[in-house]
Ligand binder design. Structure first.
Ligand code: PGA
Length: 259
């Protein structure tokens, strides 16, 4: 098929894989995907494993390092926080922002998420802005309104030029870590809706360059259907990214679709 946007397969390790195991997981992934070149791969370890992951990646082109969070200030009295500069220094190029686990467990608001998106862009980090409705919101038919509001506030104040650098991830909360995936059709409807919203906000040209990833129980057995949809440009993978074989298989599926 081949798409104008390069696929991005991203692994979100969440609070898993300590530094002592990170090098081996990266080495196993690298060994399995060495020949896959037509797409991009990203791994997002916990902060303390980023350094080992970087060492294990040394010299590998096409595999990027991401972080799962950061604090949008330059430096200062923010006990327990990590800055964008600190991440850049470790070779990090992407950062996940607005993940539902941070919205839910750490009460992150749309306003705070917007400050992170803007700060990341200004710091040369690519933000992966996560949006998605809960099961209850979908049951009530509110999913489009919820995603519209998360996107409009998350992307407030961003220039058209910066919009081209964005990545968005649609992650229905009911599909995260549950084994229940959105069908390819349901996901594509939302991805096309998100693309249209991006057109409204930033114009056709910028919107067509934004990658929109799907996240929520993506695995090798559903990846082909999902990644084959017009507006699904990759995956943000939690559980299956912790096993080199499963993650590599999704990468290979994207590689085949990109051919
Ligand atoms: P999952 O997580 O693949 O385990 O559902 C996805 C995510 O939270 O990014």
């Amino acid at each position: 098929m081949g798409k104008s946007r390069r696929y991005l397969i991203a692994g979100n390790w969440k609070m898993n894989i300590p530094s002592s195991d990170a090098g081996q997981l990266i080495a196993d992934i690298v060994a399995k995907i060495a020949n896959v070149t037509k797409m991009d791969v990203l791994v997002c370890p916990p902060f303390t494993s980023i350094h080992s992951a970087k060492n294990a990646l040394a010299g590998m082109a096409g595999i990027f390092l991401g972080a799962q969070n950061f604090y949008p200030e330059k430096n200062g009295a923010y006990t327990g926080e990590i800055s964008a500069v600190m991440l850049r220094e470790l070779g990090v190029s992407h950062v996940i922002v607005g993940h539902s686990e941070r919205r839910i467990h750490f009460s992150e608001s749309d306003k705070f998420i917007n400050s992170k998106v803007r700060y990341a862009l200004a710091s040369n980090l690519i933000p992966i802005l996560c949006v998605g409705e809960t099961a209850d919101q979908r049951k009530k038919g509110e999913e489009l309104a919820v995603v519209t509001s998360q996107l409009r506030s998350g992307l407030g104040g961003i220039s058209q030029a910066d919009a081209k650098k964005l990545t968005v991830a649609y992650e229905p909360v009911w599909a995260i870590g549950t084994g229940e995936t959105a069908t390819a059709e349901v996901a594509q409807v939302m991805h096309a809706f998100i693309r249209n919203l991006l057109v409204d906000l930033f114009g056709q040209k910028a919107a067509s360059t934004v990658k929109i990833l799907y996240g929520g129980s993506m695995r090798p057995d559903n990846a082909k259907d999902l990644l084959g949809q017009d507006d699904i440009d990759g995956g943000l993978i939690g559980g299956a990214s912790l096993q080199a074989g499963l993650f590599a298989d999704v990468v290979k599926i994207a590689g085949e679709l990109a051919d």
